[in-house]
Design a protein around this ligand. Structure first.
Ligand SMILES: NC(=O)c1ccc[n+]([C@@H]2O[C@H](COP(=O)([O-])OP(=O)(O)OC[C@H]3O[C@@H](n4cnc5c(N)ncnc54)[C@H](O)[C@@H]3O)[C@@H](O)[C@H]2O)c1
Length: 408
């Protein structure tokens, strides 16, 4: 990652000195050659070497003399217990700290290595002796080996995090020749965004492989299933559902996931990722209930009873499950549910509701105004419509917005 970063930044016109303790890599770069196989890298290294914009050294002090930004790209391999080993990061930070002693201008240290949230503060900033002569910025890299040069030059994401706005801007400006809008954020968020991206990629691969396994076991063309799934770029291959919020429920998702679990079991298949989705959802609901139980208000005004907004479908609604638990623990609450009218629900909807909340008729508020007036704490399980949102905001009552995991 360091070599690709160095070559690409030099190619963009920056003057770059690469530092590595590995003499072989340093020699290769100084000869204008690539120290490893990566498409497009040898040509680029040769060009920037000939243009005199990239050299390499094993000496940190030599590299930092006159530098305004140092980009840290050392390895952060796994420890046996899963944590990232930060020895290389600690050591290189100490070396930078020593070199920066004699530095005239303030140095910006951009951490491009993948670091778990808190590492930039606890390891890099700490080793540098706090925010003295150097500002620390997290600038994770998203390139893929095998397509590294193209990914660097055509990035889909540029993330720069830090608390020093000038340092953040300096790092973002290194990439100003690229066609990408920088996302400026905090140190810790930048670190987590990198992990979120890698976890998302891994989950997608796991999902495709488990679905493919299920398809193949049933004699169905796995590729066709996934190609068809991808054709829906509104709900499937899209940002839909990617919003941290409340648990899912309703008449379809839980039921159909259970059917997949049953079908897989009948076929003797183990599909741990798909099997874990309902337990994950239950754990998420349990966390939400704990959060609501811990609210200081005595009278909870709960907004939303259906399994999501804009429906009156109550089947497997996580809001109903939550209220069932609150009722069992003797918590005082009232509910306002837009679209749910007790007189017009019947059948499976009604029996599910009365089975969980036999007292619901007396717990329903007649209007949002009544709920807001009565409650000393509002809990929203779903996003309110514009006029409801305005009425709730005007009440100035404390809000717990489960649908976006925020309390204020
Ligand atoms: N490989 C990728 O595709 C990729 C993509 C995005 C992010 N990352 C992240 O980037 C980081 C680096 O990954 P990599 O695959 O390039 O690792 P790597 O192990 O191939 O390279 C790390 C380099 O750092 C050098 N180094 C370590 N300590 C040093 C020191 N004190 N002084 C000088 N040089 C030192 C090592 O000699 C080595 O050449 C990791 O955090 C990784 O997770 C990697």
């Amino acid at each position: 990652m360091g070599c690709v970063t160095a070559a690409c930044l030099a190619w963009l016109g920056h003057r770059v000195v690469g530092v590595d303790r590995d003499e072989y890599k340093v020699r290769a770069v100084n000869a204008g050659e690539s120290p490893f196989h990566e498409p497009g890298l040898p040509e680029m290294l040769q060009q920037v070497h000939e243009a005199g914009r990239l050299s390499a050294t094993t000496e940190m002090g030599q590299a930092l003399a006159g530098a305004s930004v140092v980009l840290v790209c050392v390895g952060t391999p796994s420890e046996p217990d899963g944590r990232l080993n930060v020895d290389q990061l600690r050591r290189v930070s100490a070396e930078i700290a020593a070199a920066v002693e004699s530095h005239e201008a303030p140095l910006v240290v951009a951490v491009r290595s993948t670091t778990f949230p808190g590492t930039c503060e606890e390891v890099v900033l700490e080793s540098l002796g706090g925010a003295g002569k150097a500002a620390v910025v997290a600038n994770p890299e998203f390139l893929r080996e095998g397509a590294a040069v193209r990914d660097f030059l055509e990035p889909s994401l540029l993330v720069v995090g830090g608390s020093d706005p000038k340092a953040v801007r300096t790092v973002a400006s290194l990439y100003s020749a690229l066609n990408v809008e920088p996302t400026l954020t905090t140190l810790r968020a930048a670190e987590l965004i990198k992990h979120a991206c890698n976890a998302f990629h891994a989950v997608k691969i796991g999902f495709a492989n488990e679905m493919g396994t299920l398809a193949r076991a049933m004699g169905i063309d796995a590729g066709e299933v996934m190609e068809t799934l991808k054709k829906d770029d509104r709900l499937n291959a899209s940002g839909a559902y990617l919003r941290p919020g409340f648990a899912f429920g309703g008449a379809c998702l839980p039921k159909d996931l259970r059917a997949i679990g049953f079908g897989a079991e009948m076929l003797g298949l183990r599909l741990p990722l798909l099997e874990s989705v309902l337990p994950s959802n239950s754990a998420h609901l349990a966390r939400a209930i704990e959060q609501v139980q811990a609210l200081p208000g005595r009278r909870l005004g709960v907004y939303g009873l259906a399994f999501k907004e804009d429906t009156d479908d109550l089947r497997e609604s996580p809001a109903v499950a939550m209220l069932e638990r609150l009722a069992a623990s003797g918590r005082e609450f009232r509910v306002y549910a837009p679209h749910v009218r007790m007189e017009s629900i019947f059948g499976a909807n009604l029996s599910f509701l009365l089975g969980a909340l036999p007292e619901i008729r007396t717990q329903m508020a007649g209007s949002l105004g009544e709920l807001v007036e009565w409650a000393d704490q509002i809990v929203l399980t779903q996003p309110p419509g514009a006029s409801d949102a305005a009425e709730i905001a005007a009440s100035r009552k404390p809000l717990c917005e489960l649908y976006r995991m925020r309390s204020h």
